[in-house]
Write a protein that binds this ligand. Structure first.
Ligand code: FAD
Ligand code: NAP
Length: 566
């Protein structure tokens, strides 16, 4: 069978890509490993899973009717509600008929003579398509550390990102949680309520800010809906792709009393916007030290046992690892049945039939929860056999770190697009906005290629090199690139250390994509040259042509390199 396009993945990215391809009148087939839509929200069903970008903004913006008809119930919607939303979108836009569920794409090989991709799946499908769109997600390949003795353990071992659909009753169980990232921090307070004992194994302490989650009141929802396009436009102009009050002043220019008041006010607002307390927090270590110390003091004020409080207090740069957002995380360590075990110097040695062994001591457990994260950004690519020109596999090409042009495509792999690929703002921005902007750009690109009668488009190695250098150069300005995080692949043994997302800010990035498109896909080559002087049509990307609002972009960053760094 032959399609115009094959899309891999049916999360927010794959669903919207299918919708756009349909609108363009193209034939498309989507393959999805899971048996339903929603991606992240299909897989991550652990207790407490919810978004950390406010729901009113963490949602599609392409349809004003959808914006009006869907109503979020909480500031940060829980996973079941986000999954319902994904299902609603699939039904409303009649997406399911072109999606094959329970079907994993195992290989995608470029046939140079035909200029097409040959795609194979776990179900034995063999299809061809001119375009292959990887909508496989940045945080979709679960990282299950191969702990010794894991098969000896008498109970179940769950991963938060592959949580059983039927749910897990942890009532009265002795539970061990390995990891203290966002997934652990969301789930631990709820697990603690059910478990008879909870042992948390912490390798690196993480900063977390209270969510102050709440039901959304009708008046607030109505006020947003009265001008939803206005909110979306403001969000697009922000480095993070979502709107929140942002103070561009320098933390160091403030007096200690002023800083204290500002941090307290931002803490009371909670969530990721806490980092917007000052404009230089991610550029200047001295400024960062002030917010880090404020956060550590909050831990000491909450956790009664000074040794545990100290252990929970991170010593790295605040916001360097992805900031966590919680409900009642630190307070849980005051519960007598909750224990924190430091595995920073003495790692998890092994699992035995009875539990988890660290430094020769067994911590007994009935259930082990691995909240150990993902092989981020490249993991789902690595788990497929992707072959471009001259038999080069993507794995070989990316062995020293992923190289892309704009995070959209990679040289030597014609007509292969990636939604929120490495080198795009992706995980540093509101992901739904990032996804929509990428998909819209791809849709206009594909339409253009077909209009000019070309078969292939791909970036030149030079444009890719220039982009990778720019991504690295901008990353170096931010303190975010200085610690061992999944942004640099540090959580996966052997993975090359490269800062993968583009840190220059969403609007600057969008501007660049717009310019590339209007300059006749500058940096790309096609097999048929576009000789016209006409500017390519901007049917889908038109809505991203918003003016940059430089006032909200940190002046410290502008002074440094004329880029906003998120
Ligand atoms: P995904 O949702 O990951 O979907 C990719 C799909 O591709 C998956 O369903 C997967 O099964 C499928 N797939 C992969 N490989 C194959 C293959 N070979 N064959 C077939 N199918 C395949 N971002 C935010 O901006 N705000 C948030 O609040 C937020 N919260 C998050 C909470 C959690 C617990 C996690 C893990 C991530 C969160 N993220 C958040 C990031 C989140 O991943 C994105 O917001 C978004 O959902 C990604 O959508 P996607 O379609 O790009 O990828
Ligand atoms: P994560 O942030 O990578 O955290 C994984 C945790 O497991 C870390 O504490 C890590 O320690 C630990 N770990 C990994 N391997 C280990 C090992 N062998 N032994 C001991 N500890 C080990 O993963 P995550 O919590 O799933 O979150 C990933 C991302 O998904 C987040 O950063 C965020 O972008 C998104 N997310 C968002 C939300 C939300 O609030 N909406 C919720 C969940 C996830 P080290 O730090 O030392 O590596």
């Amino acid at each position: 069978m032959t399609f115009d396009a094959v899309v891999v993945g049916a999360g927010f990215a794959g669903m919207y890509m299918l919708h756009c391809l349909r609108q363009m009148g193209l034939s498309a087939r989507v393959y999805e490993t899971g048996d339903g839509v929603g991606g992240t929200w299909y897989w991550n069903r652990y207790p407490g899973a919810r978004c950390d970008v406010e729901s009113m903004q963490y949602s599609y913006s392409f349809s004003q009717e959808l914006d009006q008809e869907w109503t979020w119930s909480e500031k940060y919607a829980p996973q079941p509600e986000i999954l319902s939303y994904a299902n609603h979108v699939a039904d409303r836009f009649d997406l399911r008929k072109d999606i094959r569920f329970n079907t994993k794409v195992t290989s995608a090989v470029f046939d140079e003579s035909a200029g097409e991709w040959q795609v194979e799946t776990s179900q034995g499908d063999q299809v061809r398509a001119q375009f292959c769109i990887m909508a496989v997600g940045c945080l979709s390949a679960a990282n299950r550390p191969p702990f010794d003795g894991i098969d000896d353990f008498n109970g179940p071992v769950y991963h938060t990102g592959e949580w059983p659909h039927e749910g897990v009753d942890l009532t009265g169980k002795r539970v061990a949680v390995i990891g203290t990232g966002s997934s652990a921090i969301q789930s631990i307070p709820i697990i603690a309520k059910q478990a008879s004992s909870l042992t948390v194994f912490q390798r690196t302490a993480n900063y977390t800010v209270p969510a102050w989650n709440a039901k959304l009141d009708d008046e607030y929802v109505a006020s947003i809906k009265a001008d939803y396009p206005g909110l979306r436009a403001k969000a697009r102009a922000r480095p993070t792709g979502f709107y929140f009050p942002f103070n561009t002043n320098s933390a160091l220019a403030a007096t200690p009393e002023e800083r204290e008041a500002q941090y307290e006010e931002s803490w009371q607002r909670g969530g990721l916007p806490f980092l917007g307390a000052y404009g230089d927090l991610l550029f200047d270590k001295e400024a960062n030290d002030t917010i880090a110390e404020f956060a550590r003091r909050k831990i000491r004020e909450t956790v009664n046992d000074p040794v545990t409080a100290e252990l929970l207090s991170p010593d790295n740069v605040f916001g360097c690892k992805r900031l966590c957002v919680d409900t009642g995380y630190y307070a849980v360590y005051n519960e007598p049945h909750v224990t924190l075990v430091d595995v920073s110097k003495t790692p998890v040695e092994r699992l035995t039939e009875n539990g988890v062994v660290v430094d020769g001591k067994t911590y007994e457990a009935d259930v082990v929860v691995c909240a150990t994260g993902f092989a981020a950004m490249t993991g789902s690519f690595d788990r497929m056999h992707i072959v471009g020109r001259d038999g080069l596999t993507l794995k070989e090409k990316w062995a020293a770190g992923p190289g892309t042009y704009l995070g959209l495509s990679t040289a030597g792999f014609p007509n292969l697009f990636m939604v929120t690929g490495p080198g795009s703002p992706s995980v540093l921005a509101n992901m739904v906005q990032s996804i929509e902007q990428h998909v819209d750009w791809m849709a206009d690109c594909i339409a253009h290629i077909r209009k000019v009668g070309a078969q292939t488009i791909e970036p030149t190695p030079e444009s890719e090199k220039e982009w990778v250098e720019h991504v690295n150069e901008v990353a170096a300005i931010s303190l975010r690139s200085t610690c061992s995080s999944w942004y640099v692949g540090a959580n996966i043994p052997g993975k090359p250390r490269v800062f993968m997302p583009y840190i220059g800010g969403f609007p600057i990035y969008v501007n660049r994509c717009n310019d590339v498109l209007t300059n006749h896909f500058e940096g790309f080559v096609t097999d048929v040259k576009d000789e016209s002087n006409e500017i390519p049509e901007v049917r889908f990307t038109d809505r991203w042509r918003v003016p940059l609002d430089l006032e909200v972009i940190s002046p410290a960053a502008i002074a440094a390199k004329k880029v906003p760094v998120v």
